[in-house]
Structure formats: C-alpha cells, structure tokens
Design a protein around this ligand. Sequence first.
Ligand code: GTP
Ligand code: MG
Length: 138
Amino acid sequence: VERSFIAVKPDGVAKGLIGEILKRYEQKGFRVVALKQLVPTKELAEKHYEEHKERPFFGELVSFITSGPVVAFVLEGKGVVAAARLMIGVTNPLLSNPGTIRGDYAIEVSKNIIHGSDSVASAEREIALWFKTEELLQ
Ligand code: GTP
Ligand code: MG
C-alpha cells in the first residue's frame, strides 16, 4: 500500500492545528502508521529540502523549519500521496482553495502550515530520513 510523509510545520503546531490536521486525514480514511513530535536539526532540515538548496529562500526555509516543534507522521492508504497534497492545497496559501489546509489556515508562502511528499519516490526518501524502520507499523 502507498505511504506519504507529512509534517505539521512549526507555524501549524504554534496555531494549535495538530488535531485538526490529523482529524482530516483520519476521517478521510488514511491510516497513521508513525507519528512523533521533534525540533528538526539543521542537518535533517537541509536533507529534507535538499532539492531546494540552490534557491534564494533555502536559508530562510531551513531556519523556519528548525525554529520549533514539528509533528511528523506517515500516512498509508490508496492514492495517499496525491490525495494528501490535494487536501493540503498548493504552495501559495492565497492560491489554495478554501477547504484545503493551506487555504483555510495560512496566508504566507513561507509559513504554509504543512508539508506533504510530492511523489511516491519522495515519500520513500522522506520516510527513511525522518523515521527508523522500527518506528513504523507494519
Ligand atoms: P512542501 O510540502 O513544504 O515541500 O511545500 P511544496 O511542495 O508545496 O513547495 P516546494 O517544495 O516547492 O517548496 C518548499 C517550501 O519552500 C514551501 O512549502 C514554502 O514554504 C517554501 N517556498 C517555496 N517558494 C518560496 C518562495 O518563493 N519564498 C519563500 N520564502 N519560501 C518559499
Ligand atoms: Mg515540496
């Protein structure tokens, strides 16, 4: 079955959105197979966002994601990678439809509440980066 890596970013945790976000995915029918809260290290954040390392906002992105606790989890279910992204909205919250997580709870591109894997290959890479095998349910 397909899996996706999701993280409630420090702004989402600060806004008290952990429960709301988990509720949406649980009620959709996806299974939470791993879950933890942590303040990511700079090394972890740089690896997570390595595809953006040449972008002008990379330093800002890494310092933001390491600025406080993140709730990292893995969802499992049919089509979960694409479906979780549809439920998140697009990168810019002002262009995200109402009803999506970013559309409902954010304004700024740099503080957009949540991360979701953009492909099955990214999901596999990110799950291995954030979780040990023994932290994942079978
Ligand atoms: P993630 O789920 O966090 O990976 O977001 P995404 O897949 O919708 O966007 P992308 O991977 O292209 O960019 C990663 C993150 O970089 C975004 O979520 C934004 O927070 C941030 N970002 C993207 N573009 C910009 C930008 O132009 N300026 C700033 N400050 N941040 C940006
Ligand atoms: Mg991305």
